[in-house]
Write a new protein. Structure first.
Ligand code: HEC
Ligand code: HEC
Ligand code: HEC
Length: 133
C-alpha cells in the first residue's frame, strides 16, 4: 500500500473511533429508564446541560444564547419554577425547544420523553426529573 493511503486509512479509523466515542457519551437510548433499561440521564436537564468548558451548554449559557433578554438563571430546574410555576408554561416551552423537527435534542440524543420525564410504573405517575415538589 502507498504511504499516503495508509495514512488515509488510519485517519478514517481515528475518525470512526472519535464519532463512536461521541455517540457513546450521548444518552440516545430511546427507552431511557423505562422497564428494565437503565436510566442514562437520571438527573434530567443537567445531565445534558453541563456548565463550563469550551462549548458551555449549561442552562445559564443555553438560555443566554437562545434568549438574550431572559433573566439570568441557576443550573437547576427548580429555579425556573420560581417564575414559571405561575405562568404554567414550562411544559410548553420545553417541548417547543426540544422536540421540533431538526432539533439537536432529537437528532443527537434520540429525543425521548423520558430524557426529561420519569415514569413510576408502580403508581403510574409521570413527573419531571429533578423537580422537587
Ligand atoms: C438529552 C439531553 C437534554 C436534556 C435531558 C435536556 N435538554 Fe435542553 N437542550 C438539549 C439540546 C441538544 C438543545 C439544543 C436544541 C437545538 O437548538 O437544536 C437544548 C435546548 C434547550 C434550551 C433552548 C431551547 C429553545 O427554546 O431554544 C433550553 C432553555 C433548555 N434546553 C432547557 C432544558 C431544561 C430546563 C431541561 C430539563 C427539563 C432540558 N433542557 C433537558 C438537550 C437536552
Ligand atoms: C426571574 C424569573 C425567571 C426565571 C428564574 C426563569 N424564567 Fe424563563 N422566562 C421568564 C419570563 C418573564 C419569560 C417571558 C419572556 C417573554 O414572554 O418575553 C420567560 C420565558 C422563557 C422562555 C421562552 C423565551 C422566549 O422568548 O420564547 C424559556 C424557554 C424559558 N423562559 C426558560 C426558562 C428556564 C429553563 C429557566 C430555568 C433554568 C427559566 N426560564 C427561569 C422569567 C424567568
Ligand atoms: C426537555 C424536557 C422534556 C421533554 C423531552 C418532554 N417533556 Fe413533557 N414536560 C416537561 C416539563 C418541564 C413539563 C412541565 C411539568 C410541570 O410543570 O409540572 C412537561 C409537561 C408535560 C405534560 C403535562 C402538560 C404540560 O404541557 O405541562 C405532558 C402531558 C408531557 N409533558 C408529555 C410529554 C411527552 C409525551 C413527551 C415526549 C414526546 C415529553 N413530554 C417530552 C419537559 C419535557
Amino acid at each position: 500500500m502507498k504511504k499516503s493511503l495508509v495514512i488515509l486509512c488510519m485517519a478514517a479509523v481515528v475518525a470512526i473511533a472519535a464519532s463512536m466515542a461521541i455517540l457513546g457519551a450521548a444518552p440516545a437510548n430511546p427507552q431511557n429508564g423505562v422497564g428494565a433499561t437503565a436510566d442514562v440521564n437520571p438527573k434530567g436537564c443537567t445531565d445534558c446541560h453541563v456548565k463550563g468548558g469550551d462549548g458551555d451548554s449549561g442552562l445559564g449559557a443555553t438560555i443566554k444564547k437562545a434568549f438574550p433578554k431572559h433573566p439570568s438563571v441557576k443550573e437547576d430546574i427548580n429555579n425556573c419554577y420560581i417564575c414559571h410555576a405561575k405562568r404554567g408554561d414550562m411544559g410548553k416551552l420545553m417541548h417547543r425547544g426540544h422536540l421540533g423537527e431538526g432539533n439537536d435534542f432529537v437528532k443527537t440524543y434520540g429525543g425521548s420523553c423520558t430524557h426529561c420525564h420519569k415514569v413510576d410504573p408502580k403508581g403510574g405517575m409521570v413527573s419531571v426529573k429533578g423537580v422537587k415538589k
